[in-house]
Design a protein around this ligand. Sequence first.
Ligand code: FE2
Length: 155
Amino acid sequence: MKNSIGLDSQKSKEIAEMLNDLLANYQMFYQNLRGFHWNIKGKEFFELHLKFEELYDDAVIKVDEIAERILTLQAVPLHTFEDYLATAEISSFKKDQVGSEVVKIVIDNFSTLINKERAILAKAADADDEGTASQMSDYITETEKTLWMLHSYMG
Ligand SMILES: [Fe+2]
């Protein structure tokens, strides 16, 4: 059966579930970035404080886009902290850390996100869901470039 945007209803439901998982992970990542922005210590404070702000500004845009794609697919985006904690694979970080340790965590979080985006892309392609596929494709391209830069920063 097709839904109102012309996609297979069951496949859209499954894609929306994967997007909700991505959303939960992005929200955890967003909050990690805020924590790093606030609590970063060490000689790289000024550059990383600014870099993490840039990254969380980007993450919050993606959070909204993912939630609205879920609604477009006629599902309901997760919105509570309880749901995010119960769903996300990315965990929260609580202690103060110095520059390079934090960048490693950011790289690790981005790796988790990009793997999820690749899986959603494959699923969306199978469902002829071009909207979700192109959104994931853009995220993957951007995240690959960010990962290159973060790895270069690490030397
Ligand atoms: Fe700030």
